[in-house]
Design a protein around this ligand. Structure first.
Ligand code: FAD
Ligand code: NAP
Length: 328
């Protein structure tokens, strides 16, 4: 049996007897057909940095995405970068910066593969992959066909996409991004401290982003975690006003949709959720939005911490917070 803890950076989960290593389109069809024939779920895994397995995984088939390749295609004022799904996301950020291209430098240091990037429309410091994405090539398991989805067809929104709405239907094989040859724009997040004396380059933005992230995030190779554990919630103005009456300093952001974005990390900190941590599941000291496995956690223990945290935040603020990692 294969231990699925090795396929998740949270390092919990059960076992399975079937892991397919996907190197090309033929492997992809084989894994998909096998799962269908055996009436089993096919879960595609990249680095497992946003995936947590339960103990009940023995009927799963895992497709470990290993398709490689990065290409640059010059256009007039832009360059198209294509990358296969098994490439490491941060490597394509480095590749683009080294080629003098801008557009994804603020997404430096996000763990995981290229193929997983469109799933939750990865984002950081006001950038998201949808900003530069042109298309996603997929194997559509429902139609049994290879297709190219345009950015519009991907239905991207905040940490969301069509791939989350139709889980397990699409196997992402690669993406193409339109990058610019112009000077990158400086991300405006207050947590990033830029030196006004310095020339703005992709490399400089990357350095500041990586240094800032290192202060607030545990290295998952040393401390098993899946990054931010809860998504930021959005509430209507009326709900927000009620909360603000009680908590005048509540950080918030108005969004074009009219909804107000609240910060899950702040809600968790204010609700003193650290007191809810258990023997093997902790809230990371520098960033309470990050749950981590102290070493010997299991899915039941994690589920308990998730639920008590959600209940506490609901009780105090009347707001629902949802886990960001994909729980299987
Ligand atoms: P996995 O965990 O392997 O998979 C994630 C989901 O995508 C699963 O549902 C899986 O089935 C599916 N999937 C993966 N590959 C494919 C494919 N080829 N085809 C179809 N489905 C697929 N996220 C952010 O958005 N911003 C951040 O700043 C950020 N920071 C993080 C920091 C840390 C320390 C950690 C641990 C995580 C962070 N994350 C962040 C979350 C995570 O890095 C991203 O979600 C990343 O895209 C996951 O990539 P992965 O290859 O590890 O995906
Ligand atoms: P931060 O910069 O301290 O910001 C705290 C929170 O405020 C974040 O949730 C962020 O929302 C929000 N925020 C700050 N400035 C904002 C602005 N100008 N407009 C809108 N929202 C704003 O956050 P951090 O914890 O150090 O993380 C830095 C960035 O990396 C964030 O973008 C975060 O999403 C990303 N990150 C994500 C993960 C993950 O696993 N998903 C893990 C680590 C870091 P947003 O989260 O929407 O940006």
């Amino acid at each position: 049996m294969i231990d699925l803890r090795d396929y998740s950076t949270f390092k919990i989960g059960g076992t399975t007897s079937h892991v397919f290593s996907l190197h090309n389109e033929k492997d992809t069809i084989e894994a998909s057909d096998y799962a269908e024939k055996e009436n089993k779920r096919l879960i595609i895994i990249g680095e497992g940095s946003n995936t947590i397995f339960s103990d009940n995984t023995d009927t799963f088939v895992i497709g470990h995405m290993n398709m490689k390749g990065i290409n640059l295609i010059e256009d007039t004022k832009t360059t198209i970068l294509t990358a296969s799904a098994g490439e490491i996301w941060d490597n394509i950020v480095v590749h683009s910066i080294n080629a003098g291209l801008s557009g994804i430098e603020a997404l430096s240091g996000i763990p995981g593969t290229v193929g997983a990037a469109p799933i939750q429309n990865i984002g950081a410091y006001g950038s998201e992959v949808a900003d530069t994405l042109i298309s996603v090539s997929v194997y559509n398991r429902k139609n049994k066909s290879f297709e190219s989805l345009t950015k519009e067809q991907c239905e991207f929104s905040y940490r969301d996409s069509i791939f989350k709405k139709h889980p397990e239907q699409y196997i992402i094989l690669g993406i193409s991004l339109r990058l610019s040859t112009s000077t990158p724009s400086l991300p405006s997040y207050a947590s990033l401290k830029f030196d006004p004396e310095k020339e703005i380059t992709g490399l400089y933005i990357r350095e500041v982003v990586l240094a800032t992230r290192a202060n607030k995030l545990p290295d998952y190779k040393l401390i098993p975690n899946c990054g931010s554990f809860f998504k930021n919630p959005f509430v209507d103005v009326e709900t927000f006003k009620k909360i603000q009456e009680k908590y005048p300093n509540i950080p918030h952001f108005e969004t074009p949709s009219g909804l107000i974005k609240l910060f899950a990390g702040w809600l968790i900190e204010q609700a003193d959720c650290k007191t809810l941590e258990s023997k093997n599941i902790g809230f990371y000291e520098n960033n309470k939005l990050v749950l981590f496995n102290k070493g010997d956690a299991n899915f039941d223990e994690l589920t308990h911490v998730i639920q008590t945290t959600q209940n506490r935040v609901k009780e105090i603020f009347g707001v629902d917070i949802e886990p960001e990692p994909n729980l299987y």
